[in-house]
Structures are given as structure tokens and as C-alpha cells.
Design a protein around this ligand. Structure first.
Ligand code: FMN
Length: 225
């Protein structure tokens, strides 16, 4: 697949399993795939560095990139789904997707914040709304570019994928379970599903807006001077 074909083939595939699936690839292959997709994310453009406050020496998260990525293997996905079930968290389709996915990656972005900040561990929720600065806009843009690289990488490998806002995975209970700090803002949960998802008797739902926005003349305009 060339670049244009990869971009045009990317599409939302919400794979809903009705019970936990056996992954289609080994643990080692999951780790390898994750590393490859992270490499693609790392090659996205970015403009501004994040601030020192986000450096987490304990976890070795010392990059000044304006985003972070937390990665889950199929076992981690199933463990999260199990926790959701045990705690009766109303996570809806997220649970079905955690049963299906071979890997999942949670992308967050790191907002510039101003004034006194509370202790991260005591936050009850993400700090919204964030401050509307150019830098914050460009942090999101950079994290989005990295996210799209991951989706394109999965697509090029023939792997169904889905960019979800995260639903209940955004909220404190599951954030704590996944150990994703609440001072970061979740940009997306990127589900990567088995290649043969469609023959595993699952529901595969497409994006509601898939067919919209393809008429380029309706959102682009030539500047003729
Ligand atoms: C930032 C972002 C968040 C999204 N979150 C969700 C979501 O929570 N639920 C959902 O059904 N689709 C979500 N989507 C996927 C869109 O619905 C999908 O991209 C759109 O319908 C177009 O379909 P396509 O991806 O197949 O082109 C999200 C997309 C983006 C860019």
C-alpha cells in the first residue's frame, strides 16, 4: 500500500466482542507492534515542548514532547475489562472493545497550566476547560498528528483500528487503575484489533461520519491572487 492508499483505507472499525478473545498475535508480537507504532508516533511533527512539571523520573517519562502514550497488551486490555465488570462500571462498548483488542494505546497531551496547581494524586477529574493558548492548541495538534501516525501504521499492517475518546476510561476510577495521571488530558484510546476481526463473529461498527466531508470543494477554497 502506498501512502495515499494507506490514508484512504484508514477507517474507524469498532470491533465489539461478546466475550474475551484469544489474541491473534503473541505477547512478543504485541510488544513489537507497539514499539513500531510508537516509533511512527515519535516521528510526527511538534512545535512546542511540554513543561518540566510533566517529567516523571520514577517512570522514566522525561521527554519534553507535548504528549504521552500509555500502552496495553491484550492481557492488560482483558484485565481492564475484568475490572470494569467486577466494579460494575458502566463502560458500555469500551468493555467489548477491550475484550477484542490485541493492543491498545492511550494518547494524552500535556497542557500548559497557569497559577497554583493541586496535587496530581488528589485530582478528581481532568482539569477542564484548559487554557486557550496557541501553545496548547499546537500541543493538541502535535498529539493528534502522532495519533494519526499510529492509526495509519495499523492500517498499513491490515489491522482494524479505532480512535475513541475513551468514555469511562477518562474517568478517575479507570484512570487510577491504568495509572494515567489526571493532570494529562486524554486525547484518545487507540484500539488495534485482530486482522481477522470480521470473521470472529463480532459486530464491527463503522464511524458515523465516515461518508461525510469527502467533497473537498465544500471545505477547501483556492486562493487566487
Ligand atoms: C478526536 C476523535 C475522537 C473520537 N472519538 C470517538 C468516540 O468516542 N466514539 C466514536 O464512535 N467515534 C469516535 N471517533 C471516530 C469518529 O467517529 C470517526 O472518525 C468518524 O465517524 C469518521 O469515520 P472514519 O474514521 O471511518 O473516517 C473519534 C475521532 C476523533 C478524531
Amino acid at each position: 500500500m502506498n501512502t495515499d492508499q494507506t490514508i484512504k483505507s484508514r477507517k474507524t472499525a469498532k470491533v465489539l466482542a461478546h466475550e474475551p478473545w484469544t489474541p491473534s498475535i503473541t505477547k512478543e508480537e504485541q510488544e513489537q507492534l507497539t514499539q513500531e507504532l510508537l516509533q511512527l508516533a515519535a516521528h510526527a511533527p511538534y512545535h512546542y515542548k511540554s513543561t518540566e512539571r510533566y517529567k516523571d523520573l520514577e517512570r522514566g517519562l522525561t521527554s519534553s514532547l507535548p504528549f504521552r502514550c500509555y500502552t496495553l497488551t491484550s492481557d492488560d486490555c482483558r484485565a481492564a475489562a475484568h475490572y470494569i465488570e467486577e466494579e460494575a462500571i458502566p463502560a458500555g462498548k469500551v468493555q467489548n472493545m477491550l475484550w477484542a483488542s490485541d493492543i491498545m494505546m492511550v494518547m494524552t497531551w500535556l497542557p500548559d497550566v497557569f497559577g497554583e496547581q493541586g496535587d496530581v494524586d488528589n485530582l478528581a477529574a481532568e482539569q477542564l476547560p484548559f487554557t486557550g493558548t496557541i501553545r496548547n492548541m499546537e500541543h493538541i495538534a502535535a498529539a493528534s498528528a502522532a495519533t494519526q501516525n499510529v492509526l495509519l501504521g495499523a492500517t498499513a499492517r491490515g489491522l482494524p483500528n479505532y480512535w475513541s475518546s475513551g468514555g469511562m476510561l477518562r474517568q478517575k476510577e479507570l484512570r487510577d487503575f491504568l495509572k494515567i495521571p489526571l493532570n494529562e488530558l486524554m486525547l484518545g484510546c487507540l484500539f488495534v484489533f485482530p486482522k481477522d476481526s470480521d470473521v470472529r463473529a463480532a459486530d464491527v461498527k463503522s464511524g458515523k461520519l465516515r461518508d461525510q466531508g469527502k467533497e473537498i470543494e465544500l471545505w477547501s477554497s483556492p486562493v487566487r491572487l
